[in-house]
Design a protein around this ligand. Structure first.
Ligand code: CMC
Length: 431
């Protein structure tokens, strides 16, 4: 439990209540309302958790006004430039950057777990070929608790560690298998002399009939996408993982729940939705029509890939991703593609439009990631699975942090009940 730095006073009618306040390392002070219900018989109301900190955490920090994202204190821009995804995984999991020996040891541990249980191939075959790869991933990751039962005892620190390594190691294999299955190609086994990102590209794009050589620029871009998505504080899917885990559920089940949450278009599903929107717009001359729709209060349409709950200045991940997108498109010689033209013009117009400026709606990470992934040859249905496999480390690091907290308890929000008050049952003849 943190030590209070001061006390806030809440007055309801003629009674006052002292509420402890805590100081974070950085960021706004936090008001502890945990005992309020017991003392004052009131709940607090914050749908969407816009003002509510649900846990203590040491992993990731976001300053939405400054457009700052820190993993364990390190700015995302520095990590994206100088680190690589497996090193970031180590950092998120253990709190510090590894030395050389620690890195080699970690890479070995992850690499030794990249294959999935052979029986899982049969499990995949139970899905329809046209299943969305996210649907397959929710099922297969959930099923890991059946295949790897020996790492589901959450009270055993060693099993928790094995579960974390298995999750990070196997999720690219699972995502690639979901893709291969959907296109009717044979599964490709992992190749452990490749990098984490290179291995994933090969598992997606190689076929037994041909040699596949990983392109280093695409490999670097893939690795960056992974790093940029690795963690993002207490977002919807991470909070889902924590809430599921707070009941004592095993980590594979919790992460399956996180994947399900990520799938929604307001969250990780936005990368797929964004590219589909760009295609639907089709040509630059149709952009004004869609901008008008986005502003129309009576139209549910939103510009996908724009806006963020926390970032109100810019999304630092989007900046790095935009640069990566330029590199990849250059490498692949894609300059004239119609979707890209629409994306560039939409970005330009939205950044100048008073509606978007006033509401602080900037392109987010999903706006650019879809463009890169499409250029790499991924179908839109694979965009969100790639987000999921990149976020797996964040989910498991947050889950481990939660389980190790001795003060942890089951998450159980309350409500503002606005339904019928108590009433008597009426037999059907009397209704
Ligand atoms: N297009 C048009 N208007 C928008 C958009 C948008 N993309 N996003 C927000 N607004 C408007 C919204 O209509 C509202 O207007 P008003 O105040 O007049 O009612 C105002 O901006 C605030 O919106 P909100 O829904 O209260 O904001 P939120 O913080 O609850 O939502 C968001 C954040 C990301 C869900 C939302 O901006 C959105 O739906 N964006 C599109 C989906 C998207 O790109 N999601 C990916 C987020 S980044 C990756 C990730 O973390 O998963």
């Amino acid at each position: 439990m943190p030590t209070p730095i001061k006390t806030a006073k809440l007055t309801i009618d003629d009674k006052s209540y002292d509420l402890p306040m805590y100081a974070p390392t950085v960021g706004p002070d936090v008001l502890d309302i945990g005992k309020l219900y017991g003392q004052a018989d009131v709940f607090t109301f914050d749908p969407g958790f816009t003002s509510t900190a649900a846990c203590e955490s040491t992993i990731t920090y976001i300053d939405g006004d400054k457009g700052e994202l820190l993993y364990r204190g390190y700015p995302i821009e520095q990590l994206a430039e100088q680190s690589h995804h497996l090193e970031v995984c180590y950092l998120l999991l253990y709190g510090e950057l590894p030395n050389k020996e620690q890195m080699i040891d970690f890479e070995n541990r992850v690499t030794r777990h990249t294959m999935v249980h052979e029986q899982m191939h049969n499990f995949f075959r139970g899905f329809r070929r046209d299943a969305h790869p996210m649907a397959t991933m929710v099922g297969v990751v959930g099923a890991m608790s059946a295949f790897y039962h020996d790492s589901t005892d959450i009270n055993d620190p060693w099993q928790r560690e094995v579960a974390a390594i298995r999750m990070i190691a196997k999720i690219p294999t699972i995502a690639a298998m979901a893709y291969k299955y959907s296109v009717g190609q044979p599964f490709v086994y992992p190749k452990n002399d490749l990098s984490y990102a290179g291995n994933f590209l090969r598992m997606c794009f190689s076929v037994p009939a041909e040699e596949y050589v990983v392109n280093p620029i695409l490999e670097k871009a893939m690795d960056r996408i992974m790093m940029l998505h690795a963690d993002h504080e207490q977002n919807a899917s991470t909070s889902t993982v924590r809430l599921a885990g707070s009941s004592g559920a095993n980590p594979f089940a919790c992460i399956a729940a996180g994947i399900a949450c990520l799938w929604g278009p307001a969250h990780g599903g936005a990368n797929q939705a964004c590219l589909e929107m760009l295609r639907e717009i089709g040509t630059v001359d149709r952009i004004p029509e869609f901008i008008a729709r986005a502003k129309d209060k009576n139209d549910p349409f939103r510009l996908m890939g724009f806006g963020h709950r926390v970032y109100k200045n810019f999304d630092p991940r989007a900046k790095v991703m935009k640069q990566s997108a330029d590199e990849v498109l250059d490498l692949l010689g894609i300059h004239d593609n119609e979707t890209l033209k629409v994306a560039k013009e939409l970005e330009r117009i939205a950044l100048e439009d008073p509606y978007f400026i006033e509401k602080k709606l900037y392109p987010n990470v999903d706006f650019y990631s879809g463009i890169i992934l499409e250029a790499m040859g991924f179908p839109t249905a694979m965009f969100t699975p790639i987000f999921a496999l990149s976020r797996a480390v964040g989910w498991i690091a947050q889950w481990k942090e939660m389980i190790s907290d001795p003060a942890g308890k089951i998450g159980r929000p309350r409500q503002l009940y606005v339904g019928a008050p108590k009433r008597d049952y009426v037999a059907v003849e009397g209704r």
